[in-house]
Design a protein around this ligand. Structure first.
Ligand code: BG6
Length: 298
């Protein structure tokens, strides 16, 4: 049929603009496919179950981490029942067809999440999330809006992160990945446990010990580039209101321990994750915040 937004039995919403197309899983409002210029630009593990019947986060695509990034803080009971990266990535979002729009120039699909019984059992504060997946001729824009409702009695603290799994071009492996500009930024190294290290390299490769990289770069420039040694293709990531950037690939050895990862899957992607990691953002009743990223290619 000619409906602009195609729903599948697997609980996904797909749409196209010219030769580009996007698929979003209602589980997590996770973008699980972005085809641009006849190439799939995102990585998803073949062991991932994108349906809403399965309660696990999708291993790949662009999971939305909210209200926390990584392990939740342990010093406040508010976070006591949260899992790593929060509940947004495992919750079933609503596709808001009425607010979604389509023209020859762009397609905008809007997804929303508000507290339901499952969420209220792990998170007591009211909130409203709106996620806009905006397909343009040469880019994909992802934008997360957080609102603390006007009648809320407490301020709403959160971290937020768009955990993008970028598929590497055919024939490229993670040790060839180059990310810039991260020069002179402070970063936390989650592999060594070192805090606030100065990045001395002009261009950062991911060729760490055992191929494992897990770093949180603070106050990164809003325009970041992923390039590959010996190749001309590039991914441009432009972030807005997400001050930090996480660079993650577990490497071959640790990759084998990820149970929802297919064999050698970690060779096929690099995660570059724009985020708001510290300090937490606080919203008073009636306030809202918006942050996001735009993905394009050169
Ligand atoms: C990254 C973290 O953002 O996500 C890593 O920095 C973590 O430490 C990775 O391993 C994947 O997390 P998860 O929960 O999806 O396995």
């Amino acid at each position: 049929d000619d409906l602009p937004f195609q729903r599948s039995a697997d609980d996904t919403v797909s749409f196209t603009l010219g030769a580009s197309s996007v698929t979003v899983a209602l589980k997590g409002a996770t973008v699980i496919s972005y085809i641009h210029d006849a190439q799939e630009r995102l990585f998803v593990s073949s062991k991932a179950d994108v349906s809403t019947r399965d309660p696990n986060a999708i291993r790949g695509g662009v999971p939305v981490c909210w209200p926390v990034f990584g392990p939740p803080p342990t010093d406040n009971s508010l976070y006591a029942k949260l899992k790593q990266h929060g509940f947004a990535r495992t919750s079933v979002w609503t596709f808001d067809q009425d607010r979604s729009t389509e023209s020859n120039q762009e397609v905008k699909a809007v997804f929303t999440l508000q507290p339901n019984d499952a969420i209220r059992s792990v998170w007591t504060l009211p909130f409203a999330l709106t996620y806009t997946v905006h397909l343009l001729p040469y880019s994909l824009r992802l934008s997360l809006q957080v609102e603390n409702p006007a009648d809320a009695v407490a301020s709403l603290p959160f971290q937020a992160l768009l955990h993008a799994y970028f598929r590497l071009p055919e024939g490229v492996l993670p040790p060839q990945v180059l990310v810039s500009p991260l020069h002179n930024l402070a970063y936390n190294d989650k592999v060594t446990g070192e805090q606030k290290v100065n990045e001395g390299r002009k261009v950062v490769d991911v060729d760490g010990p055992k191929g494992e990289v897990d770093r949180v770069y603070f106050r990164a420039p809003d325009e970041l580039t992923i390039a590959y040694k010996g190749r001309t293709e590039m991914v441009k990531v432009k972030k807005t209101n997400l001050p930090d950037a996480v660079l993650w690939n577990p490497g071959p050895e640790k990759g084998k321990t990820i149970k929802d990862m297919h064999e050698n899957g970690v060779d096929s992607y690099i995660c570059l994750e724009p985020g708001l990691t510290e300090p937490f953002q606080y919203l008073e009743a009636g306030q809202s915040w918006e942050g996001g990223m735009e993905i394009s290619f050169a």
